[in-house]
Design a protein around this ligand. Sequence first.
Ligand code: ZN
Length: 210
Amino acid sequence: MIRVLLACALGALALGGCRLEPSAPAEATGSADAPVPDPPVVAGDTVRVTPERAAVADPPIPAPPAVTASGWALPVVGVEVGDLVDTFTAARSEGRTHDAIDILAPRGTPVVAAAPGTVQRLFTSDKGGLTVYVLGEDGRAVHYYAHLDTYAPGLAEGQRLARGDHVGTVGDTGNAVPGNTHLHFAVWTIEPGASFWDGEPVNPYELLTE
Ligand SMILES: [Zn+2]
């Protein structure tokens, strides 16, 4: 079931986030003509969420995710450790390195929390498309899920996630090549007091294959 939630879009525009009320009909949200201020700019993000992008899908999660020996969940349901490819040091545009891994899967495949934490930000950006930032329970590791097609119903900033909780679905939003549907999964660690987006990259391939 897919629901377009105008309230979510407006909330995301105003707050840089998306607080969903899954049971509320879209027409009840009212203030479509209200002026919407820009959200704060985060780490090179320039494009804001649109109502179309604020659609959410509600696919059943067909099976629990695979869990690694060190206790991480594979963040794309149906993907096993042996399917992962280490592209952490791969080159990207503008002289950047990837600092992440890409997990290929069909559009709509459920994405789940690789580790427990708290949703810090729901954001749409040029590069990442529809994204979720989760701060891990240690308050230092940030888990970043990008190119999502949809958010999980009701996903909201401040929400606590257990390992394996539904985050969204695989897509090709942002700068992914259209049709090259995958999860861009990154992990970084932040210093105490630092902003959640400003940290030292950690190779997710190594975390997920330990
Ligand atoms: Zn990537």
